[in-house]
Each structure stands twice: as C-alpha cells, then as structure tokens.
Design a protein around this ligand. Sequence first.
Ligand SMILES: [Zn+2]
Length: 177
Amino acid sequence: MSGASSASGRRASRPDRLTPAQRSHNMSRIRAADTGPELLLRRALHRAGLRYRLHDRSLPGTPDVVLRGSRAVIFVHGCFWHSHDCPYGVRPASNADFWAAKLARNVERDAEQLAALAADEWRVTVVWECALKGRARRPIDEAADTIVKWLSGSSQTLAIAGAWPSATDGPLGDLRR
Ligand SMILES: [Zn+2]
C-alpha cells in the first residue's frame, strides 16, 4: 500500500509537458487530474476490468479516461469549475460578474467539446466530483458499475452526480445536472 501510494505520488509530481499557456488554459482540467476522487474512480474502473488511457490531449477537452475500444471517454468534472447544479457549484457572492463570465466560458467550452466528441461518434460520461467525494458521494464501485453497464448499452451520454436529496434525477441524469 505504501509502495503503491509513493509510486503514484512520484507520477503525480512529475512535471507535465504543457506550456505555461496551455497550463493556464487547461487550469480546471489540470487541477482535477491525478487528485483523490479521479484516482479513486480510475482504480474502481480498473477493478471492474476496464483498461484505458489517461488525459488524451488528441481529443476535445483532454478526457480524463479514454476507452478507445468502446469509443467512449470519461470526464471527472469539478462541480465549482464546471458549474454543476449542486451545492458545490454555487458561485461566489463576491466578484460575481467576474465569476459569472469565467464560469460561463467554462460551460460553453464544455458544450463545444461535448458536441465535437459526439460529432466524431465518441460516447461521453461526465462524473461530477460530488459523486466521488463529500456528503453526497456514491459508493465508488457503484459508480464504476454504472459506467460498465452504460458501456454495454446504447446511450450516447451518461452523467453520474452525487446523491443529493433534492436531485430530480439519479445517476442517469442530464449531463449538466
Ligand atoms: Zn456536484
């Protein structure tokens, strides 16, 4: 266990190959990469028998997980940076105009990337971070099983959100909700 975690720690701290401009542009993505929730999900997917590539920059949005054989990608979206309609997606009250503009651009970019992937016949899952950590998190293997079932089905998209009491949908909800 300690060996495994120190190995992944070294991997995570190794400098990436992004230029400063790319790093800035992809800030929300980089912030989410190789952090606890995404690692947990990746390990659960691996336990479920899936094999995948990570952070493929050749695809729109640099998907966190790429299942080439299934022509499917998985994004782990931070609720704040991607404006999830959940308690973690609430925008700050101060500098409201700045945040509204910045986060609206993120949402717009997400939509463009999703459209580009769909146009190229990629199937897309969005796993909201609130499904993986915090008080509404789901059992990690349940999230992985939901993805495995989706892969064998025919839906083009899948969203997995936290189990919020007020949510109008379950793990099969709209991508933005
Ligand atoms: Zn959320």
